[in-house]
Ligand binder design. Sequence first.
Ligand SMILES: NC(=O)c1ccc[n+]([C@@H]2O[C@H](COP(=O)([O-])OP(=O)(O)OC[C@H]3O[C@@H](n4cnc5c(N)ncnc54)[C@H](O)[C@@H]3O)[C@@H](O)[C@H]2O)c1
Ligand SMILES: [Zn+2]
Ligand SMILES: [Zn+2]
Length: 379
Amino acid sequence: MTNRGPTVVRAAVLRVVGAEPPYSSSRPLEIEELELKPPGPGEIQVRVRAAGLCHSDLSVIDGSRPRVMPMALGHEAAGEVVALGADVDRFAVGDHVVLAFVPVCGRCRPCLSGRGALCEPGAAANAAGTLLSGEVRWHDASREPVYHHLGISAFAEQIVVSDRSAIKIDSDLPFEIAALFGCAVLTGAGAAMNALDIHVGDSVAVFGLGGVGLAAVMAAAAAGADVIAVDRVTDKLTLARELGAQHVLSADSRVVDAIREMTNGGADHVLETVGSVAVLGQAYAATHRGGTTVTVGLPHPQEMLSIPAVSLVAEERTLKGSYLGSSVPERDIPKFIGQFRAGQLPVEKLLTHRIGFEELNEAFDRLARAEAVRQVLVL
Ligand SMILES: NC(=O)c1ccc[n+]([C@@H]2O[C@H](COP(=O)([O-])OP(=O)(O)OC[C@H]3O[C@@H](n4cnc5c(N)ncnc54)[C@H](O)[C@@H]3O)[C@@H](O)[C@H]2O)c1
Ligand SMILES: [Zn+2]
Ligand SMILES: [Zn+2]
């Protein structure tokens, strides 16, 4: 089936960055009616059924992730295929899909070397706010374009995406759980499993226990690691324990010493999932000599990290970043769903709130105050 005409859809649009919190008063996200064009070649139209709120959306709202404006936000979603563009043979109408926030072209140099997270046309399209085709598929009431967030723009009733942004899933997986695999799980569990080489009994410390950090905690625990979880919020520490962390620590000035003491000089692997350079510095200092520090958080592009350069050499340290869980979404999303079904990744515990469109601004206040893990817009 091919959809030939435009559809009018409601979407949460951000026009100006840097609104004053609380967002319940400044209301940076406005629900607008947009005209959605039908999918072009290699594109599909998806009815969004569930969309999670991630700190990266909040970072666009508060200006720490500069993006082209206006933009319809959201990038963690699951839904149902309702129409196909030309040349789409990987999907059929009615398929359930999870969306991944880098469209993976499959042909560029990183893609060919198994590093889909670094897809070059995918990164260029995301930076431009377009789909992989270079197109923008919707416009507002004044016929001005509204840009796509990371090829997805999940806070919308229906979206058009590249078929390279979508991964087919079984239809019995609830949408509100499925959505979380698109960012929180892919990023956090992916960073633990793809960017680190965890062996049974290794120590893994995770700084920051949002959706991303907690997904890393559960994946590291499933891999048999001894997990130390760190956050400022007590409820997050309690949840981390439920998800398999053996030790939890409140984030204060003594946290690095505490980790170094309990691990005899530092954890073998440390993940930073806060988006703070100060916390990255702590994560590096809490890593054992010879160990690996992985940074997953996304600080403002002007933030600089300062570390003793010689420590990389004389202590054979590794410091690396992980984007999109260093994953190939088409390989890793089904793998993580399989681990969820086997009871190894209790992803449903990340879902703390279900919300409607009208609550989005309030929900971003909750995220900014670290009062929620994953809140899902249910459509
Ligand atoms: N690399 C990627 O591909 C990728 C993907 C998604 C999100 N991200 C980034 O990862 C980060 C986490 O995202 P999220 O959605 O899980 O965020 P979140 O806001 O849900 O979680 C962040 C957590 O960090 C905690 N925190 C704050 N200050 C801390 C401190 N000093 N020490 C320890 N913990 C502290 C907060 O209490 C909160 O629990 C963000 O920077 C986000 O932009 C990166
Ligand atoms: Zn995200
Ligand atoms: Zn590519």
